[in-house]
Design a protein around this ligand. Structure first.
Ligand code: HDE
Length: 750
């Protein structure tokens, strides 16, 4: 049908753009720009300012305009100036007393340039320092209208958003693919005030009370004496804490599962974690949990891929996000809510909704879709937007309110507090990415970096001098609603409700919901992480926790560590599994997936040409890998054997079995002994080996079949041999829909 074709064309265009982005400009190749070798010398007019470069809103308490300029400089004008706007003749030489003389203190341009540079860095976030962000739009389905008065959730409403994805533990420059929780924070610029949904890709948290946050983070961060290891939990202090503070066990198992190493930000779920309270126009309330569901499904890296990427492409997730958006393959998520009656005990089916270490299985309360988010624009300036964005769980529009979850309560304090230091004062809401997209008439004044030029004389209430403005709004005028929840008559205590004491039954629920291959990965992750600890007592204590979760899990990890498996000290419960927690099963779109194609000058180039077109048409991206750069036939080469590595590809196709080039690494030749030599370039066999180990689909036709054989692959799961390129691609595409060739992983547990 017509619409289906239109969608296909969009995806096809998108895939071609990704390929262009990934393709080096090959001089003389069709469509490549002529090389620019000279510095331009003619000044050109400034580009028009972009949307986010506007100045802060300057509405005064009386609604008067302040006359402040409405645009700021984009640093794109024709002539270089000082910060004060004086044009400069020279920025390449400091002012000196003679050509060989000392530099003069009076060189104000030099001092301005160096001083500003000296202060370019701001403190990184104390957690979630490493992140990447993008702009987009959220469109509401209207399905939440009955339960919330929030205007942006009314049917068809479109709201601009900014999303920042992050890891938690690592520094700003750490690798993207470490085993960790991922942040998934969304700023909705609604016309009733900004709403921040500051979520993670894991639905539970390590602690039940925010007062423990410094403890868990101090335990997870590098050791204070040597500041290692960076961005990981595989060390003594982390396991010391989580094995002692057993409420952390649930979140920890999610980290040890494949959820801890996502394939892409585009393939992660997001969870608001806490229970929130919605209120509708009639003042009726419900309790909800927020979920983001990715269109592309939830997928992960293998642990070996994640580790290799840490060295070979530490920016893997950031690159993937920006390549996809720039190519037009816009990532999408559905926002959904689980809805629970707002009962006085705030529980659902016996699960305490205020306990952030518990989920409500989707089988008990289905996730109901309420809107769709599409990310469609990369940042213009990473620092201005991604670094300076400031989220806060207390940024709430009318219709959404908080609950008494003691973790959420502490977060309500922490975010603004940390941002005052990180962003150098209390006026960070005036930074472009943080500006609300609705009128702001606050009575906040002055402070570091005040950009608004407030008029009026009476920033206080009540006043008569500014005409009584600003007035407070009523219900019908979109005022925020503090739901008048009954607060129990109670004594002041430092204590948790008894229901918070169960630390193991939901960890077991998660374990029991995993497929055998996912269980195997969990076992290996615990074995790896505990294997990196030095203290025997810590390993033993964590094994005791595992014994209280599941005897098989405990036994397998204990075997790997060479320690005895302890007996459980608590009764083992029998929770019903939640199939929705497993990532395995189902078929998913392969939009934007990367297909590597090994070619050489003697390969079946007609077949390769047809194959490239078919890969594009399927919305995926073909990258040709050849012994040399430049062209093979009339097709540009994107990777050479020197620059390609398997981790970049979601599937590998072989059109050739190239003999070792003189620059090939010697490993295999040396192994074959003096006089012996490998038949196929060892970098190609390495690529095949790794794709096999990482359970990726591999296809070969014509001369390529010999490369498979040379890599010792005679088995079948996930291997497609065929007579023609397109026949092989058809088979490989089918396999890619399931993400991996799961049966290739050995599974010792069921
Ligand atoms: Fe955060 N968290 N957090 N957190 N959090 C921060 O705020 C904090 C928690 C989350 O991309 C900080 O501006 C406390 C849960 C994300 O800019 C800080 C507690 C969840 C981000 C802070 C929690 C999150 C942060 C650091 C326990 C998932 C990155 C920088 C009570 C639902 C936001 C900043 C971005 C960032 C405090 C627990 C998600 C220090 C005290 C639970 C996605 O304020």
């Amino acid at each position: 049908s017509k619409p289906a074709k239109a969608v296909k064309d969009v995806v096809k265009n998108a895939a071609e753009k990704v390929a262009d982005a990934l393709m080096p400009d090959v001089p003389g190749s069709p469509g490549s720009a002529p090389p620019t070798v000279e510095e331009p010398t003619t000044p050109r007019d400034p580009l028009p300012p972009k949307k986010e470069q506007g100045a802060p809103a300057t509405v005064t308490p009386t609604g008067a305009e302040t006359g402040a300029p409405t645009t700021s400089k984009g640093q794109q004008g024709a002539y270089l100036t000082t910060a004060q706007g004086a044009r400069l003749r020279d920025t390449d030489h400091s002012l000196k007393a003679g050509e060989r003389g000392p530099t003069l203190l009076q060189d104000h341009h030099l001092r301005e340039k160096i001083t500003h540079f000296d202060h370019e860095r701001i403190p990184e976030r104390v957690v979630h320092a490493r992140g990447a962000g993008a702009h987009g739009v959220f469109e509401a389905y209207g399905t939440a209208e009955a339960v919330t008065r929030a205007g942006f959730l009314k049917k068809g409403r479109k709201t601009d958003v900014f999303v920042r994805f992050s890891t938690v533990l690592g520094s700003r420059g750490s690798a993207d693919t470490v085993r960790d929780t991922r942040g998934f924070a969304t700023k909705f610029y609604t016309d009733e005030g900004t709403f921040d949904l500051v979520a993670n890709n894991i639905p539970v948290f390590f602690i039940q009370d925010g007062i423990k946050f410094p403890d868990v983070i101090h335990a997870g961060k590098p050791h204070p004496d040597r500041e290692i290891p960076q961005a990981q939990s595989a060390h003594d202090t982390f396991w010391d804490f989580v094995s002692l503070h057993t409420e952390a066990q649930h979140h920890t198992m999610w980290n040890m599962s494949d959820r801890g190493i996502p394939r892409s930000f585009r393939m992660m779920e997001g969870f608001g974690v806490h229970t929130f309270r919605l209120v509708n126009d009639a003042g009726e309330t419900v309790l909800v949990k927020f979920h983001w569901k990715p269109k592309l499904g939830v997928h992960s890296l293998t642990w070996e891929e994640a580790q290799m990427l840490g060295g070979m492409d530490p920016d893997f997730h950031r690159r993937d996000l920006y390549d996809a958006i720039e190519a037009g393959a816009h990532p999408e998520w559905e926002l959904g809510i689980q809805v629970f009656p707002d009962t006085p005990d705030e529980t659902f089916e016996g699960i305490d909704l205020l306990d952030p270490t518990k989920i409500v299985p989707e089988e008990l309360a289905p996730v109901q879709p309420i809107g769709r988010m599409t990310l469609n624009r990369t940042p213009t300036n990473f620092f201005a937007e991604v670094e300076q964005v400031a989220f806060h769980v207390g940024h709430l529009p009318p219709g959404i309110d908080v609950t008494n979850d003691p973790l959420l309560q502490v977060r309500l304090f922490s975010y603004v507090d940390t941002q005052i230091t990180r962003l150098g004062g209390p006026n960070f809401a005036q930074i472009p990415v943080n500006r609300p997209r609705c009128p702001v008439n606050d009575m906040l004044r002055d402070g570091f970096h005040q950009h608004a030029v407030h008029a009026g004389v009476a920033p206080y209430r009540p006043n008569s001098l500014d005409g009584g403005n600003p007035f407070v709004a009523s219900d019908g005028e979109h005022a925020f609603v503090d739901v008048p929840v009954q607060v129990a008559q109670a004594r002041k205590v430092r204590a948790n409700p008894v229901s918070f004491d169960d630390h193991f039954s939901q960890v077991r629920l998660f374990w029991r919901s995993m497929s055998p291959v996912e269980k195997e990965h969990i076992i290996r992750a615990y074995t790896f992480e505990l294997g990196k600890c030095y203290e025997q007592a810590i390993k033993e204590r964590q094994l005791q926790c595992l014994a209280n979760i599941d005897p098989v899990l405990c036994r397998e990890v204990a075997t790997g560590l060479g320690l005895p498996a302890p007996e459980p000290t608590l009764p083992i419960t029998d929770p019903a599994p939640s199939p929705a927690l497993s990532q395995v099963g189902g078929e998913w779109p392969a939009d934007g997936r990367i297909v590597g194609v090994v070619v050489d000058d003697d390969a079946d180039l007609d077949g390769v040409r047809e194959l490239r077109a078919a890969v594009f048409a399927a919305g995926m991206v073909p990258l040709l890998i050849a012994p040399h750069g430049g062209m093979v036939g009339d097709m540009p080469v994107q990777r050479t054997f020197a620059t390609a590595r398997s981790i970049e590809f979601d599937a590998l196709l072989l059109a050739a079995a190239p003999a070792p080039a003189p620059d090939a690494v010697p490993a295999r030749d040396a192994k074959a002994g003096a006089g012996g030599s490998a038949a196929v370039d060892p970098r190609v066999t390495l690529m095949i080996d790794e794709c096999w180990r990482h359970a990726k689909a591999i296809g070969a036709w014509g001369a390529g079949v010999a490369a498979l054989e040379s890599a010792g692959i005679t088995g079948t799961p996930g291997i497609v041999r065929g007579d023609s390129a397109t026949e092989v691609l058809d088979g490989v595409r089918g396999l890619m829909a399931a993400h991996r060739i799961w049966e290739r992983f050995p599974a010792s547990v069921s």
